[in-house]
Ligand binder design. Sequence first.
Ligand code: AMP
Length: 210
Amino acid sequence: MKLILLGPPGAGKGTQAQILATKLGVPTISTGDILRAAVKNGTPVGLEAKGYMDRGELVPDAVVIGVFLDRISQDDCKHGYIFDGMPRNLAQAQELDRQGIQIDTALSIEISDAEIEKRLTGRRVCPDCAATFHVESDPPQKDDVCDRCDSVLIIRVDDEAETVKQRLAVYHAETEPLKDYYKGQGKLITVQNINGIEETTAAVLKALGI
Ligand code: AMP
């Protein structure tokens, strides 16, 4: 299974990617997670990416494509993958095609901007293993503690209200047109995220025929 997850920030791409990755036994490649790890480790890529990420803008294509190609050249990607957050604009989608990186399906998770703004304020993430929780819809077993690795959960800088508005604007301008791009290739499937994680997962599995 070679899958791209499309959708605005906070649509549940990361959560669905984790569920699908476990079910299908393929890795999730999240460029956001790779970039956040680079920022945390203070690498040259991280230093370059940080300002863009904090402002809710896209990191330049050359930087993202470089770290992405490194990651997918690893052995665990040989038999499939789920891309979460990549490609994010037309140039990146065309670069994947040029590199011969094949995709079976682009799955777009649809949700309104108003719902996104409500959801992102409640999002909590693990700074160590990148697991994601939500204070209301997907709370950790212990308040503010990661179920997987026991680290203290944090609120991402880019989940603050003004930055969320900027990220939504970037999504509509740059990423949403990819739906037409993949529709043109006959690869687009859309799923509504209306009633939370479990119903969305059920709709995703049904749409993918698994
Ligand atoms: P995400 O966790 O996917 O929402 O990504 C967080 C941030 O990382 C985004 O707001 C961008 O600044 C940056 N980012 C992640 N993936 C990409 C990408 N494919 N192209 C450009 N910037 C990206």
